[in-house]
Write a protein that binds this ligand. Structure first.
Ligand code: DHB
Length: 388
C-alpha cells in the first residue's frame, strides 16, 4: 500500500496531524495498536493551553472543547500552609482549559472518521524499513495477524515513548534523559470539585495536585515512591494522605474508581528526523507531568510539521522539513525546563535537608510575591506563542 504520509500512532499528535494534512489536501494513513475504545477511554492529561484550544476549535477538530471544557483563569500554589493564586488573566491575559485528553481523542477520531480518513485500530507497527531512502515503509501486523506494509513519502512517528519509531530515528544514540526519585499516585473519584481551580501543593509530607475532570469526577495526585503498589492502599489511607497534603482545604471525598502510579521522566531524542522519518510528541520527547506540558507540546510539534509537510508534498519545498527539528527543539527545551522546574520546586526529594526545604520555600516565595515571577509561570503554563 502507498500513501503520502504514514502516521504511526492515533494519539493527539497523530490524529491532529492527519486532520491538518487533510485540510491542505495531503493524504495519510494512521495506524494504532490499540482499539478505538482503549484510545477513547484511557485517562491521561487534562489541561489544554489556550493555543491548543484555538487550534482544535478553529480547524474544526472540536467544538466541544469550548462547550464541555472549562476555562481556568489561574491556579493556586500552596506552601507553608497558605494558598497563593497565580492569576493568568491578570498576568498574561491568557487562560487554559480543563478538557480531558480522552475527550480530545473522541473528537479527533470522530472528525477523522467522518472525513473518510484511513484510520486503523488494532494495527501494530513492527518496524520502519528503508529509513534512509526517500520511500520509507512501515511494517505492521493487523488485528487478524496479517502483515501490512505501508510505503510513504514521509513516515511520522507519533507512537509515544514506548513505540518503535523512536529507535528507528535515533538508533543506538537514544537521547537526553533524566529520571526522578518520585512518582505520582493518581486517583479518580466520584465527588464534586473541592476547589474552583487546580491546587499545586508543596507540603512537608510531599506534593499533591488537586485537579478535576467534571462536575462529578475528580482527578488527584500525590507524590509517592516510584515502586509504590497502587493496590496496597485502602481508600481511607488514600484520602488521609491527600488530605494531609492540602492543609487548609477539606477535600470532598467519594468512591475511588481508578488508581495508577505514573513514573517521572525527562527525555529528548538525539535527533527528531532521519531521512524521511520524523518524530512528534512523546515519541520525540517526554516531560514529567507537573505543569501539564505533554499533550500541548505534541500539538506544537504537529503544527510545525503540518506546515513543513504541506510545503514539501504540495510544493516540493524542502526547507521547512529540513528546519523542523531545530524549530521544534526551541519549544521542546523550554517545556523541558518548565516541567523540570515545576517538578523540583514543588516535590520533596527523598533525603532533602532542612536547607533544601527552606530554599524551596524561598523559591516559591520569589515566584508568588513578584509580578514578574507570577508572569513567568503564567506565560509558560498558558503556553508560549505557537508557530501560526
Ligand atoms: C493534570 C495533570 C497535570 O500534570 C497538571 O499539571 C495539571 C492537571 C490532570 O491530569 O488533571
Amino acid at each position: 500500500e502507498r500513501t503520502r504520509v504514514a502516521i504511526v500512532g492515533a494519539g493527539p499528535a497523530g490524529l491532529l496531524l492527519s486532520h491538518l494534512l487533510d485540510r491542505v489536501g495531503v493524504d495519510s494513513i494512521v495506524i494504532d495498536a490499540r482499539t478505538r475504545e482503549q484510545i477513547e477511554t484511557t485517562i491521561r492529561a487534562g489541561i489544554l493551553e489556550q493555543g491548543t484550544v484555538e487550534v482544535l476549535h478553529d480547524t474544526g477538530a472540536s467544538d466541544r472543547v469550548l462547550t464541555v471544557g472549562g476555562r481556568h483563569d489561574g491556579i493556586e500554589l500552596r506552601f507553608d500552609g497558605e494558598g497563593h493564586r497565580i492569576d493568568f488573566a491578570a498576568s498574561v491575559g491568557r487562560a487554559v482549559w480543563l478538557y480531558p485528553q480522552h475527550e480530545v481523542l473522541k473528537d479527533l477520531v470522530a472528525a477523522r472518521l467522518s472525513a473518510g480518513q484511513d484510520l486503523r485500530f488494532g494495527v501494530t507497527a513492527e518496524a520502519v524499513e528503508d529509513v534512509d531512502s526517500d520511500r520509507p515503509r512501515v511494517l505492521a501486523t493487523g488485528p487478524e495477524g496479517e502483515r501490512i506494509e505501508i510505503e510513504a513519502d514521509v513516515v511520522v512517528g507519533a507512537d509515544g515513548s514506548r513505540g518503535v519509531t523512536r529507535a528507528a530515528v535515533t538508533g543506538a544514540h537514544g537521547g537526553f534523559f533524566r529520571e526522578y526519585p518520585f512518582a505520582w499516585f493518581g486517583v479518580l473519584c466520584e465527588a464534586a470539585p473541592s476547589a474552583h481551580e487546580l491546587i499545586y501543593s508543596n507540603s512537608p509530607e510531599g506534593f499533591a495536585l488537586i485537579s478535576q475532570r467534571s462536575a462529578t469526577v475528580q482527578r488527584m495526585y500525590f507524590q509517592c515512591d516510584p515502586e509504590a503498589d497502587p493496590d496496597a492502599y485502602s481508600e481511607r489511607e488514600l484520602w488521609d494522605i491527600l488530605q494531609a497534603r492540602v492543609p487548609g482545604t477539606t477535600l470532598n471525598e467519594g468512591p475511588i474508581f481508578q488508581r495508577d502510579v505514573l513514573r517521572f521522566r525527562s527525555f529528548v531524542a538525539h535527533r527528531l528526523r532521519r531521512g524521511r522519518t520524523v518524530l512528534v510528541g512523546d515519541a520525540a520527547h517526554t516531560v514529567p507531568p507537573t505543569g501539564a506540558k505533554g499533550m500541548n507540546l505534541a500539538v506544537a510539534d504537529v503544527l510545525l510539521l503540518a506546515d513543513a509537510l504541506e510545503a514539501l508534498l504540495r510544493r516540493g519545498d524542502e526547507s521547512g522539513f529540513d528546519a523542523y527539528a531545530e524549530r521544534a527543539l526551541g519549544r521542546i527545551w523550554k517545556a523541558q525546563h518548565f516541567s523540570w522546574w515545576m517538578t523540583n520546586m514543588l516535590h520533596v526529594a527523598p533525603g532533602a535537608s532542612d536547607f533544601d526545604r527552606r530554599r524551596q520555600v524561598g523559591e516559591l516565595r520569589s515566584v508568588v510575591e513578584s509580578e514578574h515571577g507570577r508572569a513567568f509561570l503564567a506565560e509558560a503554563y498558558t503556553g508560549w506563542p505557537l508557530a501560526r
